[in-house]
Design a protein around this ligand. Structure first.
Ligand SMILES: Cc1cc2nc3c(=O)[nH]c(=O)nc-3n(C[C@H](O)[C@H](O)[C@H](O)COP(=O)(O)O)c2cc1C
Length: 169
């Protein structure tokens, strides 16, 4: 976060919203020792969960993966009694270094973002969460400060849009 341009701007803008709790996993758990009960309590207290992250090697940063492995337990998030996330909404907010046109068949990354985020979409499906339309900013390296600030406003408007329809499977 100390070297971030866009995720920092997004977080600072989102922190101004009273209805939103901003929880920085890397600040909370620099040693990767996630407190599972605390994380599950936070999830239960909120209706719309946003995973905000920079794309790292076509995936989420390691601590978010660790968070999934630790927090989404059998009997809590999935399994016959695991219904604690049912009906909640999952929104991804992702920044990428590569530009939008790199993430298509003709581009140098070949796969689209929608293909690359399928594991998170499947996670939402298994845990009974509604998967909302992701918010993306692509090509951060070439972005001006004005574009970054503008995207922070768009991010908050997108994230607080109450009537957003879930994306299908
Ligand atoms: C370890 C690492 C892996 C990265 N992997 C990708 C990647 O797979 N695809 C991509 O487009 N950008 C990748 N990037 C670039 C970041 O996504 C980009 O720098 C970030 O979205 C910018 O956000 P920030 O200003 O908040 O740091 C990677 C950066 C790092 C440090």
């Amino acid at each position: 976060m100390s070297q971030s341009r866009i995720n920092k701007a997004w977080r600072e803008r989102m922190q101004k919203e009273e209805s939103v709790t901003v929880h920085d996993l890397y600040a909370a758990y620099p040693d990767f020792q996630i407190v599972v009960e605390q994380e599950q309590k936070l999830m239960q207290e909120h209706d719309r969960i946003i995973f905000q992250f920079p794309l790292y090697w076509y995936s989420s940063p390691a601590l978010l993966k660790q968070w999934q492995d630790a927090v989404l337990t059998y009997g809590w998030a999935y399994g016959s009694d695991g219904d604690k996330l049912h009906g909640k909404e999952l929104l991804l907010a992702i920044s990428t270094g590569g530009p939008e046109d790199a993430y298509q068949r003709e581009g140098y990354n070949y796969y689209s973002i929608s293909e690359l985020i399928k594991p998170l979409h499947a996670m939402a499906n298994l845990t009974g969460m509604k998967f909302l339309k992701p918010f993306l900013f692509q090509g951060v390296l070439g972005a001006s400060d004005e574009q970054i600030q503008h995207s922070a406003e768009e991010y908050v408007a997108h994230a607080l849009n109450a009537s957003m329809e879930p994306v299908g499977k």
